[in-house]
Design a protein around this ligand. Structure first.
Ligand code: ADP
Ligand code: ADP
Ligand code: ZN
Length: 217
């Protein structure tokens, strides 16, 4: 199964992608996570990626397409994948179609997680994750079962993203509205777009997505 998750920063893409990975046994591919990893390197390209991310703008289509093309060809993606954060532009969507055609595979569903700006701001402001395994948490909405201990791996150190500040979030929301939302009609025309109410509780959003995948084969 091949899925795409769309939604503004804080919509719950990463949270839901991790759950869908467990439910369906398909690989989560988060371009944000891949870029955060790449940005830690010491080459000029790594520094450029870090600067673009910090500004809230999008990394170039050429870099993103090359990154995903290499990734989806790997063995752990052959059973399927969930794209979390890609495509984010029309050019990326068209390039994805070309690479899928080359591999003789098709997208099953494109899920738009719809939330409002108020929720986005609250979610991003309280977001943090485990420094060891990357499991996601929220100050108010998703605390670890035992305070300060990761549910997933038992680690006790957590991190917040440098780009989760008010100014960068504003730029990221604008990038979503200007460059990413206009991609949705492309998938609507193909009849594979499903819109999910992302304001529901985390478990309810997961259930809604699973039902929608099964209802529209
Ligand atoms: P995205 O990947 O779309 O940027 P995340 O999955 O990282 O979003 O979620 C953003 C923050 O909001 C995280 O702290 C997460 O725990 C929390 N969150 C995710 N989904 C929900 C939800 N349905 N209700 C409340 N909080 C949520
Ligand atoms: P969020 O989960 O908050 O939506 P991500 O972790 O997906 O954010 O992305 C963080 C940053 O990485 C983006 O603001 C952007 O700079 C860059 N990025 C991630 N995916 C892409 C992409 N497909 N195209 C261009 N830039 C991207
Ligand atoms: Zn952990």
């Amino acid at each position: 199964m091949r899925l795409i998750l769309f939604g503004p920063p804080g919509a719950g893409k990463g949270t839901q992608a991790a759950r869908l990975q467990d439910i369906f046994g398909i690989q989560q591919l988060s371009t944000g996570d891949m870029l955060r990893m790449a940005s830690k390197g010491s080459t000029p390209l790594c520094a450029e990626i870090a600067a673009v991310m910090q500004s809230g703008a999008l990394v170039s289509d050429a870099i993103m397409v090359a990154m995903i093309k290499e990734r989806i060809a790997q063995a752990d993606c052959q059973k399927g994948f969930i794209l979390d954060g890609f495509p984010r532009t029309r050019e990326q969507a068209i390039a994805l179609d070309v690479m899928l055609k080359e591999q003789g595979i098709k997208l099953d569903k494109v899920l738009e997680i719809r939330v409002d700006e108020q929720a986005v701001v609250a979610r991003v402001a309280g977001r943090y994750s485990c420094a060891q395994c990357g499991h996601g948490y929220h100050d108010d909405f998703k605390k670890p079962a035992v305070a300060d201990v990761c549910d997933n791996c038992g680690h006790t150190i957590f991190v917040r993203r440098a780009d989760d500040n008010a100014e960068t979030v504003k730029a990221r929301l604008q990038a979503y509205a200007k460059q990413t939302e206009p991609v949705l009609p492309y998938y609507k025309e193909q009849g594979i777009l499903v819109t999910v109410d992302g304001l529901q509780a985390i478990d309810t959003v997961t259930e809604t997505i699973v039902v929608s995948i099964q209802k529209h084969p």
